[in-house]
Design a binder for this molecule. Structure first.
Ligand code: BES
Ligand code: ZN
Ligand code: ZN
Length: 469
């Protein structure tokens, strides 16, 4: 449990230290994320974490707190006090939720489906001035529900593909949403077939584990417009007949990270009773090889009515997102839409593992999202859209094809999905590089799922005036 307190409670203290203060202490380093212990367990122990030279940003605060929580956990300490005064001075009261996010990240341990939830350390946050208290309490509540949502998203993305089939994914979310006012509707395979969701079912029928689609509706304000969030939910992506090489197969269970981020963001919004309306849609399926699986050259229909030429069976994400997007606009009447997906290897080549790729056809909507991303500390970068890139996915035998040429693959993938958004203001987030980490980017970041996108989506919708669009 994490609480705020005016004075010292635990015998172990974590303090963040700048260059000036470190000069007065022997054997204490102010280097970024350096860990120095002063004192012992029987007497009062202080764990100093170096702040480094750069000015503190939200991202640094998250990283420093994650590094601290990880280091202290490594020392076997379960309860401690953390002095966050320097963070409050640098970033105001928002620092409280950034610290909480960091502590949850640094203390995170994988919890497999069916396992008991892992314990969160007992942390008392100190160094908060009295006048900041009411606001800090609000941030504490918000930070805890967002951090819990992120841990939940991580657990789902880390779940092994053989233990977490499409219907398991749907059931897990429906079970979790029972704690909230979110209404869930599960569209099962037979219904998807009856509705003509051919792009989703054509991918999903490659497996004996049937596809499905989960709809989540959160209504926090009767008057407000509806924002639609569509997240890719491929629980296992082998590539299909365009089989992935063995070396590229490690991340295949994490191909539902976009869907997990959508569910987690909606969970956090509902837990905080934010006054917005959001509908989430997650198309869920596996992409495998079977006699009925797609092969290149096939032409299929789709819920949006467009005929699609299949050029590569590994470009399955955009197919299932196309049907979910068409459904989001036609049936859920979303006023503006965001899709989020681990969609292309190309985005990793372009922006690496720290930055998501973003496409949008609406400057105001995009601007609001970029602001929210700044609040969340997540990095993303807007890519251009030009006419010639749209031409790259024109098909000679169908209305559109599911792959362009070998270049600008992130842009053509996004444009494919845009073609099904029916003119609604649209944002596309490609988190293929950021959703998963094999080599942690900073101390305290656990290997595996990162919950990428969750907090940016949350802050976009919870941002009030700031991110009003
Ligand atoms: N899920 C993958 C994208 C991916 C790649 C995610 C690496 C995480 C790490 C997606 O379904 C895919 O395979 N995309 C193809 C598209 C191509 C065939 C047009 C890709 O990027 O190679
Ligand atoms: Zn694929
Ligand atoms: Zn995929």
């Amino acid at each position: 449990m994490i609480v705020l307190a005016e004075q010292k409670k635990a015998s172990v203290r974590v303090a963040f230290i700048g260059k000036k203060e470190a000069e007065n202490l022997t054997y204490v380093s102010a280097d970024y994320q350096a860990v120095s212990r002063v004192g012992g367990l029987d007497e009062n122990l202080t764990v100093y974490i170096g702040q480094g030279k750069e000015p503190l940003t939200i991202r640094n605060i998250q990283e420093l707190s994650a590094g601290a929580a990880g280091a202290v956990k490594g020392m076997g300490i379960k309860a401690y006090e953390m002095d966050i005064r320097p963070f409050l001075e640098a970033a105001g009261v928002r620092a409280v939720s950034a610290v909480i996010e960091g502590i949850y990240t640094g203390a995170y341990e994988i919890c497999l489906p069916g396992e008991e939830p892992k314990e969160i350390p007992d942390v008392t946050l100190t160094g908060i001035d009295e006048n900041l208290y009411p606001a800090a309490q609000g941030e504490l509540k918000q930070g805890i529900s967002l951090a819990e949502a992120q841990s939940w998203a991580r657990n789902m993305v880390n779940a092994p593909g053989n233990l977490f089939h499409p219907m398991d994914f749907a059931r897990e979310i429906m079970e979790h949403m029972k704690e909230t006012s979110v209404e869930c509707e599960l569209i099962v395979y037979s219904k998807l077939n009856a509705m003509g969701m051919e792009a989703l079912t054509s991918v999903g029928k490659s497996s004996e584990n049937p596809p499905c689609m989960l709809v989540m509706r959160y209504r926090g304000d009767e008057e407000a417009p509806v924002t639609g969030l569509v997240g890719k939910g491929v629980t296992c992506d082998t590539g299909g007949y365009c089989l992935k090489p063995a070396g590229s197969m490690m991340g295949i269970k994490g191909d539902m990270a976009g869907g997990a981020a959508v569910a987690a963001a909606i969970y956090a919004l509902a837990a905080n009773q934010v006054k917005v309306n959001v509908t989430g849609v997650i198309p869920m399926c596996e992409n495998r090889i079977s006699p009925s699986a797609l092969v290149p050259g096939d032409v299929i229909g789709s819920y949006g009515g467009k005929k699609i030429e299949i050029c590569n069976t590994d470009a399955e994400g955009r197919l299932i997102l196309a049907d979910a997007m068409a459904y989001m606009v036609k049936d859920e009447h979303a006023d503006r839409v965001i899709d989020i997906a681990t969609l292309t290897g190309a985005v990793v080549g372009m922006l690496g593992f720290s930055t998501a790729g973003l496409l949008s056809d609406d400057d105001a909507f995009c601007g609001a999202f970029l602001k929210a991303a700044q609040t969340s500390g997540e990095r993303c970068w807007r890519l251009p859209i030009f006419e010639e890139q749209k031409q790259m996915i024109e098909s000679k035998i169908a209305d559109i094809k599911n792959m362009g040429r070998d270049y600008c693959g992130t842009i053509t993938a996004g444009l494919f999905i845009q073609a099904f958004a029916q003119g609604r203001p649209w944002i596309h987030l490609d988190i293929a590089g950021t959703a998963w980490t094999d080599n942690p980017l900073y101390q305290g970041q656990p290997q595996g799922a990162t919950a990428a996108g969750t907090s940016s989506l949350y802050y976009l919708l919870a941002g009030g005036e700031e991110t009003c669009f």
